[in-house]
Design a protein around this ligand. Structure first.
Ligand SMILES: Cc1ncc(C[n+]2csc(CCOP(=O)(O)OP(=O)(O)O)c2C)c(N)n1
Ligand SMILES: [Mg+2]
Length: 343
């Protein structure tokens, strides 16, 4: 058995303790759908010339929502990466806030329109503001976890990234330091098989990101990132364990990027059409719905009602956000120094 298979088997042993209620399953479906519909609308706004740049998590919603639901919002710290709209929605970001962010509006709570879209940040939600330099958020999360350990504060720091980012030095330094000091960090890698146009086999010499865990003596698990429930049932035990002082955990969610890298990219130039068609058949949101229906967990009409509600909410949020003010040029240097609120 390979290291990754052994890790997957280990996480499988814990499943029964982490069953989700009907209410949680509904929340899961709603969050995944909300993420997708918001991003579809953002992409439309981009094509209309109203949103400058979109970098989406379409295809990765199950990996994001399942992991986000394993955290304690407002208690645990999160350093999610740019694709993680699904994580942010679960941590409490509203559709209006997501749209303010996409449109770079003055009242975007993430950075008040100063950062690029999808560079999350929220003091209230304990989301650490991030750099565009991939993997830097991992070392920031390790710093938060070190502080928490020194203060005996029972929080967990969650840091996510793509598999491409795991070939940067920050990833290795973060894992090494966290493992040595047994820090409460969850390293969460959404492996979508590409770093922009670069395929995984050109990014790293081992087949799985978790194969790297052994070098740092860190616990790890692989999970099907298309299955939100499996993701939750893998991340939640790791979070609980880290909170109890068992040290860091590396989780690799195998998923796929449904759209191009960003609104500025054309993936038909480097991805075969068959590959895209194959993945489209494995859409995690459709898979989730099919499973709920198959298991007769609740009537399909309940899911239809969720879908209709999400549709209305997203349209209303976009319309509202478009009418909100842009940042004033005079405020451009605001928030640079402590105490400077930019006004
Ligand atoms: C250090 C650094 N190098 C290059 C980039 C440009 N860049 C932005 S996203 C990205 C791809 C990252 O791929 P991955 O980590 O797999 O995440 P994904 O976008 O696939 O979710 C690159 C190369 C960057 N932001 N930072
Ligand atoms: Mg990737």
């Amino acid at each position: 058995m390979s290291a990754s298979e052994a890790a997957a088997a280990r996480s499988g042993e814990m499943l029964d303790d982490y069953l989700l209620s009907e209410r949680q399953l509904e929340a899961m479906y709603r969050a995944m759908l909300l993420s997708r519909r918001l991003e579809e609308r953002m992409m439309t706004l981009n094509r209309q010339g109203r949103a400058d740049f979109v970098i989406a998590g379409a295809g990765q919603e199950a990996a994001q929502v399942g992991a986000g639901m394993a955290l304690r919002p407002g208690v645990d710290y999160a350093a999610p990466y740019y694709r993680d709209l699904g994580v942010m929605l679960v941590l409490g970001m509203t559709p209006r806030e997501a749209m303010l962010n996409a449109l770079g509006k003055r009242d975007d709570p993430n950075s008040f329109g100063r950062q690029m879209p999808s560079h999350w940040g929220s003091a209230a939600r304990r989301v650490i503001t991030q750099s565009s330099v991939v993997a830097t958020q991992l070392v920031h999360a390790v710093g938060v976890a070190l502080a928490a350990k020194m203060r005996n504060d029972p929080i967990v720091a969650f840091a996510s990234c793509g598999e491409g980012a795991t070939s940067r030095g920050d990833f290795h330094e973060a894992l090494n330091f966290a493992a040595i000091h047994r820090l409460p960090v969850i390293f969460y890698v959404e492996n979508n098989g590409y770093a922009i146009s670069m395929r995984t086999e050109k990014e790293m010499p081992v087949p799985h990101v978790v194969d790297r865990a052994a070098a740092y003596g860190i616990q790890s698990a692989v999970v099907d990132g298309l299955d939100a429930v499996a993701v939750y049932q893998t991340v939640r035990p790791a979070v609980d364990q880290a909170r109890r002082g068992a040290g860091p955990f590396l989780i690799e969610a195998k998923c796929f990027r449904l759209w191009a890298h960003s609104s500025d990219d054309d993936q038909t130039r480097y991805r075969p059409r068959e590959e895209l068609e194959d993945w489209a058949r494995k859409d995690p949101i459709a898979l989730f719905r099919a499973r709920i229906e198959e298991d007769c967990l609740f009537p399909p009409e309940d899911l239809d009602a969720i879908e209709a509600g999400v549709e209305v909410e997203v349209r209303a949020a976009a319309r509202w956000a478009l009418d909100q003010p842009d940042p004033a040029p005079a405020d451009a240097l605001g928030f640079v120094y402590r105490g400077d609120s930019g006004g």
